[in-house]
Write a protein that binds this ligand. Structure first.
Ligand SMILES: [Zn+2]
Ligand SMILES: [Zn+2]
Length: 189
């Protein structure tokens, strides 16, 4: 069980001392904090320092503190089909138990199964990261029916006329085509 002590100054680390480990006591955390780095995947993430809207209740239970609420953030990335910038407002549920050090839960589970409090400090970041990453699309799209790019010229279909086709060979490529023909069937025109 190796969990580094949370930095009390980190934006998602909250001091739960006021709960006094008294079951049923709740504190409400509602604030906007700068997003830490690494909230997302390659090519689609919540930009570092962008606003993270945190609205959670921290409730003392017998084995620790339950964090329960919502987190909102704007994720940015690239459309997987047309490469246009994509921006999505994400709102995710966070529900996570943080075990007291020395509790039965602390003694009987691994830190990667159940998170731990560090003294009275609760680091919400891993719970927020997991919830956000789960809500992120495997294939980000600018819109569900994005037609992507023309395979021949690489121009987004959205910017091309409906009758866009490549049956007539562009004069810039005609020479190349001749070479290709000559190469494949020995016939040159
Ligand atoms: Zn797109
Ligand atoms: Zn085209």
């Amino acid at each position: 069980m190796t969990q580094t002590a949370p930095d009390p100054a980190a934006p998602l680390v909250f001091d739960t001392a006021e709960l006094g480990r008294s079951s049923g006591t709740t504190m409400h955390v509602a604030l906007e904090v700068p997003a830490p780095a690494g909230l997302g995947l390659a090519g689609y993430a919540v930009p570092e320092s962008s606003p993270l809207d945190v609205d959670v209740h921290l409730t003392a239970v017998s084995e620790g503190v339950l964090a329960d609420g919502e987190v909102g953030a704007v994720a940015e990335g690239e459309c997987a089909r047309c490469l246009a910038p994509v921006q999505d407002a994400l709102r995710v549920q966070v529900q996570e138990l943080y075990a007291y050090e020395g509790s039965v839960t602390d003694a009987t589970t691994e830190a990667d199964e159940i998170l731990r409090l560090s003294g009275d400090l609760l680091d919400l970041e891993p719970a927020v990261r997991d919830a956000l990453v789960l809500a992120m699309p495997v294939t980000p799209l600018c819109r569900p029916d994005c037609p992507g790019l023309c395979a021949d010229c690489g121009v987004p279909w959205d910017e091309l006329p409906d009758d866009h086709v490549h049956e007539t060979v562009d004069p810039r490529w005609a020479g190349l085509d001749k070479l290709r023909l000559a190469d494949t069937d020995g016939e040159s025109k």
